[in-house]
Ligand binder design. Structure first.
Ligand code: DON
Length: 304
């Protein structure tokens, strides 16, 4: 497969001018991102890398990081985790509160904000220094010790994170948050403020394309069963109320973030990350979705 030729075709065909939508602004610091940014990076199982555009530039990964915190919580909690959060698509917006009341505070899945906040509660409850252990985990699976939080993004979300603070308080009132609210939302804001490039994200997500082993060191970080479950959740829940559309058009397990990033994996073939900050109404990168649709159309393969 000539991935560089395919990426060059995507780069030539697509541009930020092709899509409508807007850069996220409810987190004020995100509103400063240049909407013209566009980069893509494919990391193949044979250790080859292919890319174009702004693929080495750091950006805020936002909800993409929920895959990392979920991985850590699954290792710690095992089957007990699924008493706290379900594994079903929500069909609602990523920040919806509506289903919590009639589901007794148990979120539909770990990728909507409510679910990710339960995962945050678990890590704050179980770990001595959850922020540092998150960094250690992400640096290890990326094999890159330069990865860090963006403090401006952390602070910006902390200043305006009323909806997430409401979600944690509501779930605490319903008995599904064990820790104090402050450290839980603080960890969550740090999680979402991880700054990574398309290349670093593709390197990190090779773990999920490689049955839980780090390519190169072959260290088994997650079990194949854990990876199967995470990939299935990315497939069914990774794009919230647009998960069906992503499966229909792209056909890979993936995860989006309001910083404009999308990652996806083709098991045992490649991991791919794309960044274009212009978001559609569901909070997913419009151009990123188009680019990944072209990738699986031009390669002719998806998981289906
Ligand atoms: O909690 C929030 O609203 C953001 N920190 C993350 C939301 C997000 O990335 C949704 N994914 N498209």
């Amino acid at each position: 497969m000539d991935y560089q030729k395919i990426l060059n075709t995507i780069d030539e065909e697509l541009s930020y001018r092709d899509v409508s939508g807007k850069v996220a602004s409810y987190i004020p610091e995100l509103a400063k991102i240049d909407p013209r940014k566009f980069g893509m990076h494919v990391f193949c199982g044979d250790n080859q890398h292919f890319s174009f555009g702004d693929s080495d530039e750091l950006f805020s990964v936002q909800s993409i990081a929920k895959v990392f915190s979920l991985s850590m919580a699954m290792r710690i909690m095992g089957e007990d985790l699924w008493d706290r959060v379900d594994v079903e698509p929500s069909g609602d917006a990523f920040n919806s509160l509506s289903q919590l009341e009639y589901e007794n505070g148990i979120p539909r899945n770990p990728f909507i904000n409510a679910g990710a906040l339960i995962i945050a509660d678990i890590l704050v409850d179980q770990l001595e220094n959850p922020e540092q252990e998150l960094l250690d985990f992400v640096r290890k699976i990326t094999q890159d010790n330069s990865i860090n939080f963006d403090p401006k993004i952390t602070a910006s979300e902390k200043e305006t994170g009323y909806r997430n603070i409401a979600l944690v308080n509501y779930m605490k009132a319903l008995g599904n948050i064990k820790c104090d609210v402050e450290p839980v939302v603080d960890f969550y804001f740090h999680l979402c403020s991880l700054a990574m490039s398309c290349k670093q994200l593709a390197q990190a997500f090779m773990l999920y394309a490689n049955k839980g082993k780090i390519l190169g060191t072959e260290e088994q970080v997650l079990t194949p069963v854990t990876v199967k479950r995470i990939n299935s959740l990315m497939q069914t829940c990774g794009f919230y109320d647009e998960a069906g559309e992503f499966s229909f058009e792209v056909g890979l397990p993936g995860k989006s973030g309001v910083g404009g990033g999308i990652v996806a994996i083709h098991p045992e073939q490649y991991s791919v990350a794309v960044w274009s900050p212009i978001l559609n109404e569901q909070g997913n990168s419009s151009l990123g979705m188009k680019a990944l649709k072209r990738l699986t159309s031009l390669t002719g393969v998806s998981v289906f």
